[in-house]
Ligand binder design. Structure first.
Ligand code: BTN
Length: 243
């Protein structure tokens, strides 16, 4: 395992992706940045973080024959690992907002951006970027966001939180090819935000509709029961949960 510590970088994901292109990286390799000035989030969004108060890091993980259809396994394994790590730090009311936002008491405290590099029908390696709000307290511009400190009332040592998360992430990723998929999926679904509750969804055309999240498909689509269809499947760009 190799850890690269940077003072400042545009995005740890972009940096690590480029490094993986140019060199043969040890598996796994981690890049941690104190300050990230152009952090990237899902769906082309940005990711804001404050120096010294939050964690921004990326993990390079190579896989041995992980089929493309199983990309979602990585997403589940990583979100469940973060949940377990945060549970051990006594962060309350944790859940996963599909596909992999980490919530505490319905507020987003962490996000994951996974970028897979494919080779033939397999995932060769993944760049797994994790952003976690740790000791930040000012979210006036992001009312649905929060931090470990706000949720627990405690200050955390960034290094300690990072260490706990990495341990759990590697434990889950190491066992990924041998993992019991149904058990992992059950665990993921049991922690899914707003599962079995009537929720409001929005399409990219801004059409809103009601539905009930019933789970996820084997390839990670969100399963929603709607008035017209008891088993509607959505991919990431197709729907947004309004909450
Ligand atoms: C999201 O919720 O939209 C995903 C956010 C992921 C942010 C992390 S911070 C470290 C890594 N580098 C990036 O540029 N993004 C990820």
């Amino acid at each position: 395992m190799k850890i690269i510590k940077l003072n400042a970088i545009d995005s740890t994901n972009t940096y690590l992706k480029q490094l993986a292109k140019e060199t043969q990286l040890p598996n796994p390799t981690i890049v941690v940045a104190k300050r990230q000035f152009a952090g990237r989030g899902q769906m082309g969004n940005g990711w804001l973080s404050k120096e010294g108060q939050s964690l921004t890091f990326s993990v390079f993980q190579a896989f041995d024959k992980l089929q493309i259809e199983r990309q979602f396994w990585v997403s589940m394994a990583v979100s469940l690992a973060i949940l377990k790590a945060l549970q051990s730090l006594n962060v309350p009311k944790l859940s996963i907002k599909w596909p992999n936002d980490i919530l505490s008491a319905n507020k987003k405290i962490g996000g994951i951006l996974i970028e897979n590099v494919l080779e033939g029908s397999n995932v060769k390696h993944a760049i797994i970027g994790i952003g976690l709000n740790v000791n930040d307290t000012d979210f006036t511009k992001l009312p649905q966001a929060s931090s470990l400190k706000l949720q627990t009332g405690e200050n955390f040592q960034l290094e300690e939180v990072l260490d706990t998360i990495l341990k759990n992430v590697f434990k889950n990723l190491k066992n990924l090819s041998a993992a019991d998929f149904s058990e992992m999926k059950r665990n993921y679904e049991n922690n899914l935000f707003r599962k079995e509750k009537v929720s409001v969804f929005e399409t990219p055309e801004r059409l809103r509709f009601n539905g009930i999240i019933t789970g996820v498909s084997d390839i990670g689509e969100l399963l929603v029961e709607t008035e017209n269809d008891p088993l509607q499947k959505f991919q990431m760009k197709e729907v947004k949960l309004i909450y």
